[in-house]
Design a protein around this ligand. Structure first.
Ligand code: ATP
Ligand code: MG
Ligand code: MG
Ligand code: MG
Length: 543
């Protein structure tokens, strides 16, 4: 492709509002442009990378037997009333009315829509299991859209939904899709970890998040290099003695049992509230753990502010001085809690449950510190920042029950369909890759996602030797299947190199003064390694 004909509006200056490296370089490299807060256009280069990510996702999802469909972004409010989420989802759901005054939502997610779609169709065990997915635009009116594509208000998601006759069948698909996610993120070149997570407002049981490691990440994960232990800190800190008689179960066990929702176990975590640095965890006892969990998450997420004066009731003054309190910690129904202090990486109990809430059984919270032994005693716990690039959920019967999606089993008995759902932030993955693949000059794309593999730069296009050799290389390498960009613009060498560093193709071939001798300079973008080569040996080098 000829650069002179392409729309690649690079910028010399860093946009003032761009806080993260991915935001800065995607704008400066001419990949995206902001239209409004959290709303972006993908320019040709950005779109090309997106399509490469989507291709990887499609290949791996199709390999699991999932089928692609495409649902509308506009969803009737009635469906959200049926699931009960119209009133609890909050201001993140973008709502609109049509000319007749009917309410609609712009899809933040598609559980309601897909459940309504399949409920009349997948009505027999013979038609199950089934997994459907789409790659589509989602809308969430985020409180703080930021970091470019990382937290948008309009963004691209791959969302998949699976339908089953049994829990075991769901478990199998969950594992298959979990495995597909590891292949997807491996192919994208990401450094990431799959962590045990919290199922939040969406409801349901088991869930894992895929967290790309990056300093800018908004989540904190706890993990150990020597074991498979990895959890979102929101969950990792739920280390508590559930029952004095049974001793202290280790973290992982507690979490497993928590997720299994064993009704025998009375004390469970029911919610949390977090911001960048501090986390408040709540726990209480209840027999119907799944019910409580969902109910309280919903409640928690809609609760507004608890004033500092109210916090004083909870012995907060006794906390060590270096603990920063959130100004908006809130909980009318506080039952237990503690604060996480990011600066010294420890937690403090702050709330006296037995005294303040005598009717509620007390739960001990233990402090988890960086360097502690992991729950399975293999290796030490470390903390890292992560970007949530994907999440898999076992939804169970939450939506099929509320929305009436059932099937007839072999005995002709009607049962609710068991569901799973699986998301990947496609546009967020793009920017997470950039967070991991850049230097101070610009992007350094991994080969699998690069908009072009090779950037051929004739230094002076007015020089015939240079232009004709560069054109020849462009043709030959393209014919071999490489995606090649040729900078045929009449620009100064400095401008071309700066743009080339910004755009970040893995290989740059500079055709300069030695073109007449058939010698070019090859530079590897990521390592900075460079050498002069005879054109004849180029192919050998590139393969
Ligand atoms: P977050 O915790 O970052 O707000 P989420 O848990 O609300 O994300 P999910 O409902 O799990 O998001 O959606 C599936 C995936 O969609 C996420 O794992 C993430 O990669 C992506 N995603 C969610 N919100 C956004 C957003 N505002 N901008 C870009 N991608 C997003
Ligand atoms: Mg969110
Ligand atoms: Mg999340
Ligand atoms: Mg999530």
């Amino acid at each position: 492709m000829k650069q002179s004909k392409l729309f690649i509006p690079t910028l010399k200056e860093t946009p003032a509002d761009a806080e993260s490296a991915s935001h800065q370089f995607l704008v400066r490299g001419g990949f995206i442009r902001q239209i409004a807060a959290g709303i972006y256009s993908y320019l040709p280069l950005g779109n090309k990378v997106l399509q490469k990510i989507e291709t990887i996702i499609r290949e791996e999802m199709n390999n699991t037997g999932a089928q692609e469909l495409l649902m509308p972004a506009i969803q009737p409010a009635e469906l959200w009333h049926e699931s009960g989420r119209w009133n609890v989802y909050g201001p993140e759901l973008m709502r609109l009315k049509d000319r007749h005054g009917r309410d609609f939502a712009l899809g933040a997610t598609h559980e309601e829509l897909i459940t309504s779609l399949i409920r009349d169709e997948l009505n027999s065990y013979k038609k199950l299991p089934m997994t459907l997915y789409q790659i589509q635009t989602k809308y969430r009116d985020e409180k703080r859209p930021r970091f470019g594509l990382l937290r948008g208000r309009e963004f691209i998601m791959k969302d998949a939904y699976s339908f089953h006759t049994s829990q075991e069948d769901l478990d199998q698909t969950y594992k298959d899709i979990y495995d597909a996610y590891t292949r997807i993120f491996d192919r994208c070149g990401l450094k990431y970890r799959a962590v045990i997570a919290d199922s939040g407002a969406i409801g349901g049981k088991d869930t894992h998040e895929f967290q790309a490691l990056a300093a800018i990440g908004e989540d904190t994960i706890a993990y150990s290099d020597e074991s498979s232990y990895a959890a979102n800190l929101e969950m990792a800190e739920v280390i508590f003695q559930e029952n004095k008689q049974s001793g202290t179960p280790d973290t992982l066990q507690v979490m497993d049992q928590f997720f299994e929702g064993d009704p025998e176990r009375k004390l469970k975590l029911v919610g949390f509230k977090s911001d960048d640095q501090n986390i408040l965890v709540l726990a209480c006892n209840d027999d119907e753990i799944n019910e409580v969990k969902v109910k309280n998450f919903l409640k928690l997420r809609t609760i507004e502010t608890l004033e500092n004066s109210e916090l004083e009731n909870y012995d907060i003054q006794q906390l060590p001085e270096d603990v920063t309190l959130l100004s908006d910690q809130s909980v009318k129904n506080v039952v237990n809690g503690y604060l996480y202090n990011a600066s010294n990486k420890s937690t403090y109990v702050n709330i006296n449950v037995e005294r303040d809430f005598p009717e509620i059984h007390c739960v001990d919270l233990r402090v988890i510190k960086e360097g502690d032994l992991s729950p399975d005693h293999k290796g030490k716990i470390k903390f890292a920042r992560g970007i949530e690039i994907g999440q898999v959920f076992k939804l169970g019967e939450v939506y099929s029950k509320s929305m009436g999606a059932s099937f007839l089993d072999e005995q002709g008995k009607s049962k609710p369909i068991i569901m799973g759902c699986y998301g990947i932030g496609v546009s967020r993955t793009l920017s997470a890759v950039v967070e991991q693949y850049h230097d101070d000059k610009g992007l350094c794309w991994p080969v699998a996602l690069a908009p072009f593999h090779i950037h051929v730069i004739p230094v002076n296009v007015k020089n015939n030797d240079q232009l004709s050799l560069a054109t020849l290389l462009h043709e030959q390498l393209s014919a071999k299947g490489w995606d090649v960009l040729i900078d045929d613009r009449q620009e100064r060498a400095g401008v071309k190199f700066a743009d080339s560093d910004l755009i970040g193709c893995p290989i740059r071939i500079t055709v300069g003064k030695k073109a007449s001798e058939g010698i070019v300079e090859v530079k590897i973008r990521q390592s900075g390694e460079q050498l002069e080569l005879q054109v004849e040996s180029l192919e050998q080098f590139i393969y």
